[in-house]
Design a protein around this ligand. Structure first.
Ligand SMILES: Cc1cc2nc3c(=O)[nH]c(=O)nc-3n(C[C@H](O)[C@H](O)[C@H](O)COP(=O)(O)OP(=O)(O)OC[C@H]3O[C@@H](n4cnc5c(N)ncnc54)[C@H](O)[C@@H]3O)c2cc1C
Length: 355
């Protein structure tokens, strides 16, 4: 391809082995081309290298790499989410899931306000929580595109259109020379660095919210001990995602901590000695007209932690508690049993719900 700077087109499998998505560059300083069936067919033929190839064209249009995000996602009664709020290339596969998470964040808040269980102030937390994510993922996806550069460089693809030269540069890596050895090493390094696109769980899993819908009580954010983009660092620090851990029902059935929570309601998780939290949740839930689900996790309780994985992940004592929001993010935690659990839950929930 003689535009786009890298001298390459892109062929991406949709279904093995007969349905493909093909991307080809066009000069964005010129008006967009009309992508006729003839043009699309000729691009496919060039990329496959078969001038007689017959294709069935399902669709063709123009598309550009975007690098833009909304800095706030609400104006009065209007909210935006998904690609309308963050536009970026597909690198890191951040598009659909971020869009769905926008919806997961907003839906329960709207429901609580519409049902009269929360004040309208709760809705302000949508933009406070999701706009920083929009910035983060748009920046990451565009950085990942830029990080292909060293691979093309190592292959000797300098953005030119001299096919013979590109071919010679690529072939040179097979030579038995110090230069070729250095080229092979540079190529391996450049490909390994793409773990920031293809093996970077932290990018999504370490997303932590700070807003009026989270109460930290001054607890500082736990530091990241490993690279925060590559490695997920589970924590129950308020604002973080509830860690997934397998626990067990009395029947022996395995259930995720995530499935103990969510389903549109707040959930209280505690352990042995934390039963007073459960009673407090019933009292405060009745006062606020807010259903709160509770689980006591421990030996001989409805949910057991045979492996100790939950005890290792929860970052609270047996008689402490976590309040988990309907979207699986931790709203608040108490390391131990409070002197007046109902007063604590009342304070926290009224704050989170803008009551
Ligand atoms: C080539 C490519 C590869 C991708 N790969 C990945 C990937 O690997 N992983 C990933 O997570 N994401 C990927 N994505 C991104 C993902 O597809 C999007 O982020 C996601 O679809 C955005 O969802 P959305 O609901 O915000 O917007 P859309 O899916 O665009 O939905 C918007 C809808 O609104 C409709 N609409 C528009 N205007 C109007 C109107 N006036 N009235 C009524 N309806 C209207 C549109 O027809 C459309 O159906 C990729 C995208 C592309 C282009």
């Amino acid at each position: 391809a003689d535009v786009g700077g890298i001298g390459m087109g892109l062929v991406r499998m949709v279904r093995p082995w007969d349905e493909w998505l093909i991307v080809w560059g066009y000069d964005i300083n010129q008006p967009p081309p009309e992508v006729t069936p003839e043009l699309a067919t000729s691009v496919a033929r060039q990329l496959v290298g078969d001038p007689a190839l017959e294709i069935e064209l399902l669709g063709a249009n123009t598309w550009t790499v975007n690098n833009c995000f909304a800095t706030h996602m609400q104006k009065g009664r209007v909210f935006i989410m998904g690609d309308a709020a963050h536009r970026h290339p597909p690198s890191n596969g951040l598009g659909s899931n971020t869009s769905i998470q926008d919806g997961f964040n907003l839906a329960w808040k709207l429901a609580k306000v519409v049902k009269g269980q929360a004040g309208v102030g709760l809705l302000d937390s949508f933009s406070a929580e999701r706009a920083p994510i929009a910035r983060q993922i748009v920046t990451r996806a565009n950085q990942s595109i830029a990080e292909f550069g060293p691979i093309f460089e190592a292959l000797g693809m300098d953005g030119g259109v001299d096919h013979d030269k590109i071919h010679r540069n690529m072939e040179a890596r097979a030579d038995a020379t110090p230069v070729a050895e250095a080229q092979r090493e540079a190529l391996r390094k450049a490909i390994a660095f793409k773990k920031y696109e293809f093996d970077a769980h932290g990018v999504e899993m370490n997303q932590r919210y700070a807003s009026g819908a989270v109460v930290t009580d001054g607890q500082g954010e736990p530091p990241f001990e490993k690279d925060r983009e590559l490695h997920y660092a589970p924590t129950t620090w308020p604002g973080a995602r509830l860690p997934h851990v397998w626990v067990f029902e009395r029947s022996g059935r395995k259930v995720s901590t995530l499935d103990l929570c969510g389903h549109g309601e707040f959930t209280l998780l505690t352990g042995i000695g934390g039963e007073a939290w459960v009673a407090a949740a019933e009292t405060v839930g009745a006062e606020l007209g807010l259903p709160i689900r509770s689980h006591v996790i421990g030996p001989r309780r409805a949910i057991e932690d045979h492996t100790g994985d939950w005890a290792g992940a929860r970052e609270i004592r047996d008689n402490g508690c976590l309040i988990v929001r309907p979207d699986h993010h931790v709203a608040w935690r108490s390391e131990t049993l409070a002197a007046d659990p109902a007063a604590e839950l009342r304070r926290v929930l009224k704050s989170v719900l803008a009551r």
